[in-house]
Design a protein around this ligand. Structure first.
Ligand code: SF4
Length: 325
């Protein structure tokens, strides 16, 4: 009863927020929606967009398929579409808050290069910025309060993240925005802000180290995309919300790949590969039932991945030990 009293106001507030966000987004111009270039090639080679970079951070195969000719599956996954809607609502709400705090000197859209360099506007909402071979739908740019050095950008990129916990992925996406801004204006942003969670908490990050990491990742992504064939799919947690899941699962099942086993991490898979085990069937043959020593009877039975592989191979349910009925 006590826990109900505690959670009820929180749940109600959350529902009000979602409803408010949904209404807000419904009345926002389409501007808040991401604008992706129709063509992923530019005269400098492959145009690396924030969408492509985001896909690469999640899965190399996904990046390749997103870039490839068969892009029909995009955003058709219900979880993926729902997450995108949630992120758009949150972003629209965040931009609305930034503007309502002080609407003076606010610009919505793509600023000219001169305006970007001279820091004409205090706030720029949702600019789509491209530079040579990179482009990003930046959520917002805010002018620094204090004057910066000439080689540094007067703007701080801002990203809106609806979740409470900011991950490395979110930090890298913010740094990607900074790289695009740097390449477009020739001035490097030194810090960026992630606004996240229910309370719209602002997390300010120093970007130097992150920018270097992003540059190296962009190089790797470019090599991957120009290589030709996509890497073999390996099922991961993200697959459950990926538009390419059906195709990848089919390929992995045909290959009888080890990634069919939930709970088998990258390190464990590499260890098994080093022993010459690449398929579920091969792993299933390594299972040997052993009698447990008496002194270990009270200990919890360890998880046998090989037994799981055996269950998949034989399509049977196996129980370890004596079941308590
Ligand atoms: S389904 Fe999984 S393996 Fe395939 S592209 Fe998506 S995330 Fe990558």
């Amino acid at each position: 009863m006590l826990s109900l009293q505690f959670w009820a106001p929180h749940v109600a507030a959350l529902l009000i927020l979602f409803d408010y966000d949904a209404n807000l987004a419904r009345h926002q111009p389409l501007f808040y929606r991401q604008r992706h270039p129709a063509e992923l090639n530019c005269k400098h080679g492959v145009l690396i967009t924030d969408q492509l970079f985001d896909a690469y951070l999640k899965c190399k195969t996904k990046a390749h398929l997103t870039f490839g000719p068969d892009r029909s599956g995009e955003s058709s996954h219900p979880i993926c579409a729902w997450q995108q809607r949630l992120a758009e609502h949150y972003q629209a709400n965040g931009c609305h808050r930034l503007r309502s705090a002080d609407s003076a000197d606010c610009f919505v859209g793509d600023p000219s290069l001169e305006d970007l360099k001279s820091a004409k506007y205090r706030l720029i909402i949702q600019p789509y910025i491209t530079a040579q071979d990179v482009g990003s739908n930046i959520h917002a740019l805010e002018r620094e309060a204090a004057p910066t050095q000439k080689r540094n950008s007067p703007y701080t990129p801002i990203r809106f993240v609806p979740v409470e916990k900011v991950s490395k992925h979110h930090r890298l996406m913010l740094a990607f925005d900074a790289v695009v801004l740097w390449k477009a204006s020739g001035q490097m942003p030194t810090k960026g802000t992630i606004i996240h969670g229910f309370r719209h908490t602002a997390l300010v990050l120093k970007l130097d180290a992150w920018i270097h990491e992003v540059e190296s990742l962009i190089g790797k992504l470019r090599t991957l995309l120009t290589d030709g064939s996509p890497p073999d799919p390996v099922l991961i947690q993200h697959c459950k919300e990926c538009p390419f899941e059906a195709d990848c699962r089919k390929k992995v099942t045909e290959k009888d790949d080890l990634s069919l086993l939930d709970g088998l991490g990258t390190t464990d898979r590499a260890k098994l590969n080093a022993k010459g085990i690449f398929t579920v069937t091969q792993l299933a043959y390594t299972f040997r039932p052993r009698r447990r020593p008496k002194h270990q009877a009270s200990r919890r039975e360890k998880y046998h991945l090989a037994l799981k592989a055996l269950a998949i191979r034989d399509r049977k349910i196996h129980v370890v030990g004596m079941p308590e009925l």
